[in-house]
Design a protein around this ligand. Structure first.
Ligand code: UD1
Ligand code: PEP
Length: 435
């Protein structure tokens, strides 16, 4: 089992480049299943375990998929099968995103029920409500959700109870091949939704209004393969902005798009961080005497839940009492106990956490509880006294490419080792002591 070992105390300096967005590439790859003719070529694809998983799902469904040099090519022109089994959905919940495409293409989809995960129960009732409104029959049983429709899906007016990112994406994909017009209200406005709409439109779909609260989709009969470059990962970018700020460094995050990061930047500015927008990214210029602030996670353009734990790491270093309220996921505070292991003065009060800072963080062995928690604990390790060891890196690998190498290139004292090599190191250290 790999571990990341961080020795705190180095200021970060230099330039770091952002990858393509995980949360944009997964729905875009799922959408390639809609193309009954031609190949789709997706560029700027990050080398993440989640990308390998979605590619495996597509192969299982009989698509021809290649992933090389940051490019995924999909030929989905053959007849597709209908089932996404539990072994994939268990690894990655975003596997349910193939359901809309499969249902629209095949009139039938069978996807394993995702179940809960470390951040909450995460039901998919809003996805299913959309499919049903378009004429599908949905049944849940034996650990699967099965949806089917006679003939084509029918355009419908659908109002989401909550602006769910996944439901907006799944319904957009299904509606693109439906008969008639779908009006989708109270939808998610995340930049990844806009990226998916742009991809669908290049495939021949007619999607209007992505990025606003209402999306209108005029269904078409056929979609074809196309070429598309994925937007930069705003969560990876935000994580590096915090890495720079927490260490009091000066770092250019190349590829970061300011409009995608407004809520994070506004909060960090309130804390006293100084940014400069440059032609090719965002620079953290300085971050001295950080002040406490309160944060509430919200759907975009509100503060993203995917930046909540990294922000917790930063707020532990700010002077005063800060509060974070998590409104998107009901259980996304598993990392709090790990921060406490590092001497963090942080406690949970219902759906909020209260922190008193600045905390003198101490290195400890901590376990990543989800992928953003993995990054957040490493960020804390950058400023903790002594050595921090972060385990459960399978979470980190779902969402960050070469995270420790990128931090090391900025000057962090960080390495990734396997359990075996740590044992060897310890053994040779003891041997040296005894010599
Ligand atoms: C692959 C991907 O893009 N993942 C992102 C996506 O996840 P995901 O698409 O799963 O997130 P949603 O926006 O759907 O979920 C938000 C909230 O709505 C609830 N809900 C959702 C659907 C539904 O049918 N019923 C329901 O109750 C969820 O349990 C959760 O509490 O958006 C989240 C919220 O920004 C991010 O944290 C994830 O990184
Ligand atoms: C929660 C996340 O992803 P997923 O929805 O894929 O679990 C995330 O990216 O922080």
């Amino acid at each position: 089992m790999d571990k990341i070992i961080v020795r705190g105390g180095k200021r970060l300096n230099g330039t770091v480049k952002v990858e393509g967005a995980k949360n944009a590439v997964l729905p875009v790859i799922a959408a390639t299943l809609l193309a009954s003719d031609g190949k789709s070529i997706i560029k700027s694809v990050p080398t993440l375990s989640d990308v390998y998983t979605i590619n495996e799902v597509l192969r299982y469904l009989n698509a021809d998929v290649h992933f090389e040099n940051g490019e995924v090519t999909v030929d989905a022109s053959r007849d597709l099968s209908v089932e996404a089994p539990f072994e994939y959905v268990r690894k990655m919940r975003a596997s349910v995103l193939v359901m809309g495409s499969l249902l629209a293409r095949n009139g039938h989809a069978r996807v394993a029920l995702p179940g809960g995960c470390a951040i909450g129960s995460r039901p998919i009732d809003q996805h299913l409500k959309g499919f049903e409104a378009m004429g599908a029959k949905v049944q849940v049983g034996n650990g699967f959700i099965e949806a089917s429709v006679e003939g084509r899906l029918q355009g419908a007016k659908i109002y989401l109870d909550f602006p769910s990112v996944g439901a907006t994406e799944n319904i957009m994909m299904a509606a693109s091949l439906a008969e008639g017009t779908t009006i989708l209200e109270n939808v998610a406005k995340e930049p990844e939704i806009v990226d998916l709409a742009n991809f669908l439109n290049k495939m021949g779909a007619k999607v209007r209004g992505a990025g606003t609260g209402t999306i209108r989709i005029e269904g078409v009969e056929v979609l074809h393969g196309t070429e598309h470059t994925i937007i930069p990962d705003r969560i990876e970018a935000g994580t590096f902005l915090i890495a720079a700020a927490i260490t009091g460094g000066n770092v250019l995050v190349q590829g970061a798009v300011p409009e995608h990061l407004s809520s994070l930047i506004a909060k960090m500015e309130e804390m006293g961080v100084i940014f400069k927008e440059e032609e090719d990214g965002i620079r953290v210029v300085s971050a001295e005497n950080l002040k406490a602030v309160d944060i509430k996670t919200m759907p975009h353009p509100g503060f993203p839940t995917d930046m909540q734990s990294q922000m917790m790491a930063l707020l532990l270093r700010a002077k005063g009492t800060s509060m974070i309220t998590e409104t998107v996921f009901e259980n996304r505070f598993m990392h709090v106990e790990e921060f406490r292991r590092m001497n963090g003065d942080v406690k949970i009060e219902g759906r909020s956490v209260v922190m008193n800072g600045p905390t003198n963080l101490q290195g400890a062995e901590v376990a990543a509880t989800d992928l953003r928690a993995a990054a957040a604990l490493i960020l804390s390790g950058l400023v903790a006294d002594g050595i921090t060891r972060v385990t459960e890196l399978k979470h980190l690998d779902r969402g960050y490419v070469n995270f420790h190498q990128k931090l090391a290139a900025l000057g962090a004292d960080i390495e990734r080792i396997t359990e075996e090599s740590e044992l060897t190191l310890t053994a040779s250290y003891v041997a040296d002591l005894n010599a």
